[in-house]
Design a protein around this ligand. Structure first.
Ligand code: TXE
Length: 504
């Protein structure tokens, strides 16, 4: 690992360049290309800051188009032999990676918590757990995967799933390893080779995954990783002529750029983008479990999950009681040190993002909203340089207001009332997004009926983020294109071919 070059330290405007007290972190990250950790071609770096403290605890390479081209070439040369393996041989490799990840479970949780600012309890229960599960799950369904056969009177049709080729896997900062593993596992499982481009804001666990992959001895070039920002590395990767497939998770605005770049070359494309999801609360719900569930849906990961229920629609007759119980529960959440086991909410990802989210508090006031709680920075002592915001609940906004229809991606929930099932559906559908949602009711038939009427990709009834990895995951409208998950991932990361054999 290249030692940090002190005179390349950050400029005077940055936060004190304090190393992690334990001093245990690899400070300068490298790319991983062709089975080796390599330096990037220029000397451009970006500081990796702890969201909670603002301290720098690493530097990430700002790689160039040249670095991207080298990684794509390594993936291309490895693809034929990797693609020639059987599903079960590749499934064995996924299990080896899962085993090795599981062995560093606590390291994943601790690193993810430091890199994203999320509470350690969440990093352990969600990020670390799902990263291991993703590899295990796809190993399992790969082994079960049987090619379909369609018989005719005079012929037999065999469906053959062939690798697509070289894939670009681009991931965001909110669930770094959870989302990267969600793409890597099925992509290589179906015989593709990949170039990963994690978010420059949260590169640490992507680096850990490369160390795990290197450690298990995965054939060189199957998985490659280029660190960098969107313009310097992401865009050249999507545009590279030898990239056959792009799986992107991130913001809608960026998704449009990715689509515009990939479309002319007819690259296979999956876009998991933003969301503005409704939690619909009917008067006949179990209010205790609903308050708990809707608070979790609204504020998990400081509201930085595309599935978060950031607009809460409550049936008129239950509104006052629900609102009061909801605000009490929000105010009971502990905001603080992400490494503290008792912390419920950590820091937001960056100062820039904090300012964006705080801007919506001001906008809400201009749009006629009333702050019921939060809306202010809340610096836990000792964390003055962090990106802190109290969980915020706003009522009185029109459901058509910008705050109620634009993705804020922070700890802000708006409350709205509705008088009928039909009105609830109209409000839920009045955003440009269509990713997820939840419905809380004692009448399960109504729960299913209302869910199906919402223009979205997935809805939970009386629960939230209850995940079966076999189901389709993805959205409609500005929330993206395509589905991943289970057989949908296997289908996306392969080309289905039909061979028709005539017989007498
Ligand atoms: O996403 P970006 P960010 C939403 C949320 C958030 C917004 C921005 O609204 O505020 O997206 O988040 C790379 N070509 N979600 O900044 O900018 C970039 O380097 C190719 C929802 O994380 O879209 C990073 O690796 N790549 C989302 C990745 O794209 C480019 C979760 C995502 O960056 C690129 C996170 C380009 N032109 C944010 N520009 C969800 N659906 O879960 C950037 N990148």
């Amino acid at each position: 690992m290249t030692e940090m070059n002190p005179d390349k330290c950050c400029d005077s405007a940055c936060i004190p360049c304090e190393r992690d007290p334990a001093g245990s972190e690899p400070f300068d990250l490298c790319n991983y290309v062709g089975g080796a950790f390599v330096c990037h071609s220029n000397d451009e770096w970006m500081n990796v800051l702890e969201p909670a403290t603002g301290f720098r605890f690493g530097r990430v390479p700002l790689s160039s188009e040249e670095d991207v081209a080298t990684a794509v070439a390594a993936a291309r040369s490895a693809q034929p032999s990797w693609g020639a393996l059987s599903h079960s041989e590749r499934a064995d490799w996924l299990d080896r990676i899962a085993d090795a990840l599981e062995a560093c479970y606590e390291e994943i949780a601790a690193l993810e918590s430091r890199d994203t600012g999320k509470p350690i309890s969440l990093a352990r229960a969600v990020d670390a757990h799902r990263s291991v599960s993703n590899f295990r799950f796809f190993a399992g369904i790969l082994r079960e995967h049987e090619e379909e056969v369609f018989e005719m009177a005079s012929a037999t049709n065999y469906v053959v799933s062939k690798p697509v080729g070289v894939g670009a896997l681009i991931t965001p900062w909110n669930l770094p390893l959870y989302l990267l593993s969600w793409k890597v596992a099925p992509a290589i499982g179906m015989g593709n080779t990949v170039v990963c481009k994690p978010s420059e804001l949260t590169p640490m666990t992507a680096d850990l995954l490369m160390r795990v992959i290197d450690g298990v001895g995965l054939p060189a070039g199957v998985v490659n990783l280029v660190h960098g920002d969107g313009a310097g590395a992401g865009a050249p990767l999507v545009a590279h002529s030898d990239v056959d497939l792009v799986s992107f998770t991130g913001g809608t605005a960026t998704g449009k750029k990715v689509a515009a770049s990939a479309a002319p070359a007819f690259k296979k494309l999956s876009l998991e983008l933003g969301g503005k999801n409704s939690s619909i609360v009917f008067a006949d719900c179990d209010i205790d479990s609903t308050v708990t569930g809707v608070v979790r849906a609204g504020f998990l990961n400081q509201g930085q999950v595309c599935l978060c229920g950031s607009r809460v629609l409550v049936e008129e007759s239950a509104y006052d009681e629900f609102r009061d119980r909801f605000v009490d529960a929000v105010e009971a959440m502990r905001v603080g040190d992400p490494s503290d086991e008792n912390t419920d909410l950590g820091a937001l990802i960056s100062e820039q993002h904090l300012k964006k989210v705080q801007g919506y508090v001001e906008l809400a006031k201009q749009e006629g909203g009333t702050l019921l709680t939060g809306g202010t920075p809340c610096m836990p002592s000792g964390f003055e340089h962090g990106n802190w915001m109290a969980p915020t609940v706003i009522e009185g906004l029109s459901p058509n207001s910008r705050c109620a229809t634009e993705e804020i991606f922070g700890p802000i929930v708006t409350l709205h009332s509705f008088s009928s099932e039909d009105e609830a559906i109209v409000i839920a559908n009045n955003t440009n997004y269509g990713l997820a949602g939840s419905v809380w009711t004692g009448d399960l038939d109504k729960g299913k009926r209302v869910s199906e009427a919402i223009e979205t990709g997935m809805v939970w009834v009386n629960t939230w983020l209850h995940r079966d990895l076999r189901v389709p995951f993805g959205g409609v409208k500005d929330s993206g294109v395509g589905r991943e998950g289970g057989k949908w991932s296997l289908g996306f990361f392969s080309e289905a071919m039909n061979v028709c054999v005539k017989h007498d």
